[in-house]
Design a protein around this ligand. Structure first.
Ligand code: PMP
Length: 377
């Protein structure tokens, strides 16, 4: 029995179940490596076979993202891809939006914050002002989609401003691919990070798209793999799963319509119960159909998550921290949210059922009803 059968899993932005297509590709890669050790860097015949398969996977990933295969650097995930983009080139200045994932924010102590509006959308005027007389090379890092609120950034506008200023754009695309139309070329990004486990692939593998015109030096010192941009023997099995998951994700998108209805139903019911007291993070912006951020003012997110968990409903408090500790959301704080410690993130996916939504709403209503009564808010 899977956990998903015994509980309602509504934490898809944290990670997703493995797609059967990804599993099949990984099992095939594992079976292959039973008989022939697969190191794509080896020059002998089995090494060459491994290389051929690795390059096939690279082409699949590149096709899915809309770039050249040579511009894909395989990494251990979006965290490492973000690190490589922010630290792999001698940037004179680095600007990051205030709502970035910690794996962007934590890379550089000298990064300057780009302000966002009340919905968490990058303040375009603020960005342009920060870029006046920007030294070369300046890197701007803005995520495609926020992991806590699902807010989609206006990347075409952002990249136009970045380009006008002669700066370089990095996009953290971890939460976007497979959940909305995402075409790398139209984002105008010079660098973009991706993660397999957000789209039905295995954890521990991802990629950085890197504009070949900008030199990038591996953060890890060692072999010359990935054209010197990421040392270490490639995760052959994981990469096979990543490529298959991406291909599968891009060819099955009907669920997004269903999920939008489910998410809207959750918000409508939450608003009915919470009235003006309920805060839906980023509700005024373009958002992914899969995500909602619901705050019950005065009730700590951590408490909400635990109470829902006791009722078999799994959500998270803002971003899921690896330590298991929950802190006040820096994303909501940057948005000027009045209760940044009191919001849960509910995120849905392709296997979310009407019953999951029903279970969430029943448990959330039990928890919320009392809180919103008595004119407390
Ligand atoms: N960026 C964003 C926006 C994310 O949501 C995540 C995962 N929470 C990451 C980066 C990190 O990805 P990975 O787990 O592959 O390192």
């Amino acid at each position: 029995m899977t956990l998903a059968m015994t509980s309602a899993y509504l934490d898809w932005n944290a990670t997703t179940p493995l797609r059967p297509a990804a599993r099949e590709a990984m099992v095939a890669a594992m079976d292959l490596s039973l008989g022939s050790p697969l190191n794509p860097s080896s020059v002998h015949a089995t090494g060459r076979e491994a290389k051929k398969r690795l390059e096939r996977a690279r082409q699949t990933v590149a096709d899915g993202l809309g770039c050249a295969a040579a511009d894909i650097v395989f990494t251990s995930g979006a965290t490492e891809a973000n690190s490589l983009a922010l630290l792999g080139h001698p940037w004179s200045r680095v600007l990051v939006s205030a709502v970035e994932h910690d794996s962007v924010l934590a890379q550089r102590a000298d990064a300057e914050l780009i302000p966002v509006d009340g919905n968490g959308v990058v303040d375009l005027g603020g960005l342009a002002a920060l870029l006046v007389d920007a030294p070369s090379p300046t890197l701007v890092s803005v995520m495609a989609v926020n992991n806590e609120t699902g807010v989609v950034q206006p990347l075409a506008d952002i990249s136009a401003i970045v380009r006008d200023a002669g700066a370089v754009l990095h996009v953290d695309g971890a939460q976007a691919v497979g959940k909305m139309p995402f075409d790398l070329a139209s984002t105008g990004a010079d660098f973009a990070s991706f993660s397999a486990h957000k789209l039905g692939g295995p954890a521990g593998v991802g990629a950085l798209y890197a504009n070949p015109a900008i030199p990038l030096e591996s953060r890890l010192k060692g072999g010359g793999q990935e054209k010197g941009r990421r040392a270490g023997t490639e995760n052959f099995i994981g990469i096979a799963g990543f490529a298959a998951a991406l291909e599968d994700a891009l060819s099955h998108r009907d669920w997004l319509v269903v999920v939008r209805g489910q998410r809207d139903r959750i918000e409508a019911e939450a608003r009915r119960i919470g009235g003006n007291g309920l805060i839906v993070g980023g509700a005024g912006a373009d958002r992914l159909p899969t995500t909602t951020s619901l705050a019950i003012p005065g009730l700590a997110a951590e408490t909400q998550v635990m109470r829902l968990d006791l009722e078999g409903v799994q959500v998270s408090a803002g971003s899921a921290c690896s330590s298991g500790k929950v802190k006040q959301s820096h994303v909501l704080a940057a948005m000027g949210h009045p209760h940044p410690g009191d919001a849960i993130r509910v995120s849905l996916g392709w296997e979310t059922t009407a019953d999951d939504v029903h279970r969430f709403l029943a448990a959330w209503s039990r928890m919320a009803t009392g809180r919103f009564q008595g004119g407390r808010f």
